[in-house]
Structures are given as C-alpha cells and as structure tokens.
Design a binder for this molecule. Structure first.
Ligand code: JB3
Length: 222
C-alpha cells in the first residue's frame, strides 16, 4: 500500500537526520513546519517548501498525511512530546521510521512515531511505546520495555530486560545493565553506567556516578 505523504515538524539538528531517513525510505515529504523559519520569511529548507508554523498542518485532513516529529528531546524540553500529544489528539498520525541499517529482532513491537536511526540494534521481544527516538547506534537487548517519549541517545546500551518508563532520557554512551528499571522522567548522563534502579524524576550523571539527584528539588547537576 502506498504510504501517505509526510509533513516534517522542525528544522533543526534532529530534523536533518529525520529528513535524511525519510528520503532514504523514499517517503514523499510535502514540506516542513517551523516557526523559526516562517517568522523570518524563509521559504525553502534543504529543498523542502516551508509550509509555515504548525497551524499549517491543519490545512491537511488527518487522513491525507502523516507527520514526522523533527524535534529532538533533551531533559527539561518537552516540545517534542507536546507536539506529539497535540496532533495525535487532533487525529493526526506520526509515522514510524526505521533506518534500513537497523536490526530488529523477532517479536519487537514499536509504537506510533518511533524513530529508529542508523545502526540501531533492538533484540527479541523488546516493546517500545510511542514517540521514542532510538538515536544513532543505540542498542537495546532482549525483553526491554521502553515507555513513551523516551530518547535513547547515540551509542547508549541497554542490556536484557531493562525497563525504562515514560519520558526518560538516556545520554550518549550510557550503559544500563540487565534487569535495571528507570522510573518515569529519569535522566541518565552521557557515559554513565547504571547498576541499580533509578527512581522517577531522578538524574544520575558522571562515571563513576555521583549520588542521584532528585529533579523535583530543582537542583540539577550537569
Ligand atoms: O544529540 C543529538 C544526536 N541530537 C540532538 C537532538 C536530540 O536534540 C540535537 O543535537 C539537538 O540538541 C536537539 O535537536 P533539535 O530539537 O533539532 O534542536 P535544534 O537544532 O535546536 O532545533 C530545534 C528546531 O525546532 C528549530 O528549528 C526551531 O525553530 C524549531 N521549533 C521551535 N519551536 C519548532 C517549534 N518547530 C515546530 N514545528 N514547532 C514549534 O513549536
């Protein structure tokens, strides 16, 4: 079946990678919505028409198009999630994209709007929620459970049976050993190895890790 044409949201660093992937997958891209470009009157971005800010989406019936979320996700920035939630509520569908170089094991399940970038490996029976980024070269071993809106940054590694709740951020090159659970909104810093459960809204950074920080207390480490 022919896939619907796509509108790309955002025109920053993450959107460049998503656009490359759309093109590798031969998806028709109608244009890009980005207020940063629209406000400056810029009409073209990487060969695509700039359709305007996000309200331009509403000129297209939800049955006629799919959306690609080109906004990245970093701790403390919920724009990617907000756009996903807003437009799915309005009946739009975010396309799931899998780079041809990715390897997905048997029984792997992906939600709506998951982006699987170049070189990713996901092993058997892992389940992924909606709006997840598995960034370049990330690896998730068997039986993982990954919640909605999670970003697993380039080169991060999750051993078997790791459970990652909604809204978590796992930094580049981080390592999560087998069977470990991360609570909702937990943040793991670049290169940090997580050996035991991290509660919801806690941040673990450094290697060896510094003591976990409660993100709700407003004192973040970098
Ligand atoms: O580290 C990696 C591999 N990727 C990072 C990614 C996960 O997150 C990347 O290096 C960046 O740190 C970040 O990528 P992102 O989100 O593309 O950030 P940036 O390059 O700053 O671009 C953000 C874009 O979003 C800009 O073009 C903004 O104009 C646009 N933008 C801001 N608000 C918006 C809105 N776009 C839309 N459609 N709607 C908005 O409300």
């Amino acid at each position: 079946m022919k896939q619907a044409p796509v509108i790309l949201l955002g025109a920053g660093g993450h959107a460049k990678v998503v656009l490359d992937l759309l093109q590798i997958l031969n998806r028709q891209v109608l244009g890009v919505c980005d207020p940063g470009l629209a406000d400056k009157g810029i009409q073209q971005w990487r060969g695509l028409p700039v359709l305007g800010n996000d309200t331009a989406i509403e000129q297209y019936h939800p049955d006629r198009i799919e959306l690609a979320n080109g906004i990245g996700s970093l701790p403390g920035n919920s724009l990617r999630r907000r756009l996903h939630d807003q437009y799915t509520r309005q009946g739009y569908w975010f396309t799931t994209l899998i780079h041809p170089s990715a390897v997905l094991g048997s029984g792997v399940k992906l939600g709506q709007g998951v982006q699987v970038m170049a070189g990713v490996i996901v092993q058997a029976d892992t389940q992924l929620g909606d709006n997840i980024i598995l960034n370049t070269g990330a690896r998730i071993d068997h039986d993982g459970r990954i919640g909605h809106h999670v970003h697993i940054a380039p080169g991060a590694v999750l051993s078997g049976d790791a459970w990652v709740a909604n809204d978590c951020h796992i930094g580049p090159g981080a390592v999560i050993i087998q069977g470990v659970k991360l609570g909702q909104g937990a943040v793991v810093g670049a290169g940090t190895t997580v050996l035991s459960e991290l509660p919801a809204h806690y941040q673990l950074t450094g290697q060896p890790p510094r003591p976990p920080v409660d993100l709700n207390m407003g004192s973040k480490t970098s």
